[in-house]
Design a protein around this ligand. Sequence first.
Ligand code: 9WN
Length: 438
Amino acid sequence: RTAPTLAHEAYDPLHARAVRVLEENWTGASSVPSRGLYPHQWSWDSAFIAIGLRHVSPLRAQTELETLLAAQWADGRIPHIVFSPSVPLDAYFPSPDFWRSATAGRAAGAPRTAQTSGIVQPPVHALAAWLVHRADPELSRARGFLSRLYPRLAAWHRYLLHRRDLGGGGLASVVHPWEQGMDNSPCWDAPLSRVRPAPARSFRRADLDHGAPEDRPTDLDYGRYVRLAAGYRDRGYADGEGEFAVEDPAFNALLIASEHALARIARELGATGTARHARAGRLTASLVERLWDPAAGAFLCRDVRAGELIPELGVSGLVPLLLPELPREVAAALVRTLGGPHFGLGGTTLLVPSYDLLGESFDPHRYWRGPAWFNTAWLVERGLRAHGELERADALRESFLGVAGSSGFAEYVDPYTGEACGALGFGWTAALTLDLLH
Ligand code: 9WN
């Protein structure tokens, strides 16, 4: 169980290759999303990586989440990046000297011992913690894994549900596209267009040292990302005033799924969990009320500052399928949308594209503006299964495994051809491959 290397299942080469990727990305107490492009610990990457690691080393899976949560801020936020002190400053932008967590984040309770960013990422953590626990309950209990994590996860959800309810309707808002995790999705184009970009000469992008420029966000996107992040930092990371605030369906669906997981964790620890399940139910109702668009057959993002829904179809609007308690007609419509002309699943596409195939901004290679990603495919696969769509789930699983293997565990792929884009040997692609193999 505590062996220094991960258990291999030699009879399945895909399994062994995925294990090797996780082994290569492990740094001792956590994982990097990929060597090269992303040399630190990322929040939602770590949650997905732990979900895969639990099959080969429950101890590493627990440690992955513990390391991330050790960098939690006193106000409850889990930072989107925990920086590795041994990596040179210019290896990734924005680096610790941009975020200045220890000084700018002091009022919000940034940790003294770790350097972090000041924004967050989707709350997959309680779901991951529960799945990791279940992989080896004995080890988990012996190490007090859940009892140590529970208060931190509860504080994290409290932060999102209170400080981040910027729209006043019960849902959490993201204040930066990096927080939602689908950085340059066309869903952000309208709210971002109001942000005056920081001058290109005021920062140096490190991502272009590793990624093809045509597969990455543009310089104009980066100018806006920098302006928003610097503004947030200069306000001491206080929530409420920023010019960008969006309620996103995937972010909130993951919060709801994690709230259910937290209820299960509470039960495991001797409480009832009833209040948390009830809260998750109320959040699901708010999600449908505020973000469901019956005409689109999908959930949309709400631009909180403009007070309107954003008329763009992204994979984020399909992720709520993950929630088993979704009204039946909503789930049925989501399944139709997935297989229809906008996402083409089971027809023209191999995996779920990140954005509407028929949308004006669709680009099969540019990051979150069309390519298919493996974490969203995994979430949709789970959703199909939760709603009894077993054949579609099986087909998506097969396709996921085929493309993950043939692409070298790519960060993202062309949704039509499966051609690899971005980094290879990408952590969550390998981890979720393992999860689907088990
Ligand atoms: C900014 C690490 C992260 C993922 C995000 C993905 C990308 C970072 C970047 O990489 O974002 O956080 O530099 O582009 O969009 O989802 O967590 O893999």
